[in-house]
Design a protein around this ligand. Sequence first.
Ligand code: NAD
Length: 479
Amino acid sequence: MVIDGPMFIDGEWVKAEQTFEVINPATGVVIGSVADGNQTHATQAVEAAHKAFASWSRTTAHSRSAILYRAWQLMLDNKSELAALMTREQGKPLKAAANEVQYAADFLLWFAEEAKRTYGETIPSARPDQRFIVQHQPVGVVAAITPWNYPISMLTRKLAPALAAGCTVVVKPAESTPLCAIEVFKLLQEAGVPAGVINLITASDPAPIGKVFCEHPAVRKLTFTGSTAVGKKLSQDAAVGLKRVSMELGGHAPFIVYKDADPVHAAKGASLVKFLNTGQACICPNRIFVHKNILTEFVETLTSRIKKMRVGNGAEEGVAIGPLVDEKAIVKIENQVNDAQDKGADILCGGERLTGDTFADGFFFSPTVLTGVDDSMLIYREETFGPVAPVIPFDDNDDIIAMANDTHYGLAAYVYTKDLSTALRSVEQLNFGIIGVNDINPTSAAAPFGGMNESGLGREGAREGLLEYMETKLAGFSI
Ligand code: NAD
């Protein structure tokens, strides 16, 4: 069945003259036909959000919280349906899709709670007649652009805090995963979000929509998750109107296994986080640095675990690795693997596109371990966004922190050690926004997520995630 997907503008489900197709990346089968929005639709959506801001921003935090609680409950009630749709549209295995829906719901719950805690402060003045009061107020209309790799949680990580703060929102989801966004909007509508407060523009060409978001004077904040190249371009365009921006961009995570670490435990962690979402997560390790003393045991464990991972359609029982998003992703990975091999790296498993039989019409790449990777290779510098684990040996003479920091990215990093001083020193010296110490999942709705350097600006989730959508207003009273 092909799903017919409209946009959502000013409380109405709206069709467009043109549509575009959505395919299942595991099978190549068309699963949806979605409204192809244009600049007129985007402008209508921004203006609807602008109109709705006047009343929504004056609702009480308690009433906004109640709507978010309802949305949270509805998302949990619909977890298996949402997960099944995500697997068809994005490709990740059903269990991983269900975990993502849970993570997405966590943001609705967290910000339902935080909505009521946007405390201000009073500040003593040097003047006896003066009193200062600081309040937080919503910034206004928010434009949000989200990626395909986490098609539901990246939506709620922006929508929940924006709504909690009292902002109104226009969302443009990625062109390969609009169906998940449509379902989330249906739930939010059912939860009682008023007309105009949330708007959804689906489009096959993101650039014209992004232009409206950056240029329309009513948009006061742009929040974006995606590649660093697009994030930089949007930040530049938004700067003309001095709009606030939050940027969650690419990563190139180092994964450091010190010589005192347990190589088996570390390899288990590496196999799980590197191959998360078929390697298509911004926090996936991209450079696995392993001390020479424990290299053999680490690599043997990693390779044997990876060889056991079943690749296939995420809807099938037992599949651990789904398809990649598209042909371009396969070409990028092939390029990195061939370049590494030409320059002397060894392929211990995988290393090629999977074709024929059940793989024929999808975008599958076999999970790969590369050893002997060095800084002359593309994979040492470029984000891979695929199922390739490059292992780089180091020894006591190497400045491992400098090697890990040798990137313009700064999102996630991982450290494996049993030594407390090594762990603390690494946390302090690594130029990354999120650091897992013997931990492959340092994320939660309650914890600030975001990158340093060219991995982004601002934080999502946690207390910080709400303040991203609020102005600080000072009032000085003479009494
Ligand atoms: P992308 O930048 O190509 O696309 C992301 C979004 O931007 C999509 O909605 C797309 O339609 C839109 N877009 C693309 N060009 C645009 C333009 N000119 N104007 C307006 N919108 C435009 O990135 P992608 O390939 O979809 O996503 C993968 C990237 O996202 C990776 O680099 C990954 O690391 C990053 N990512 C970061 C985080 C994080 O939280 N830091 C989370 C997930 C993904």
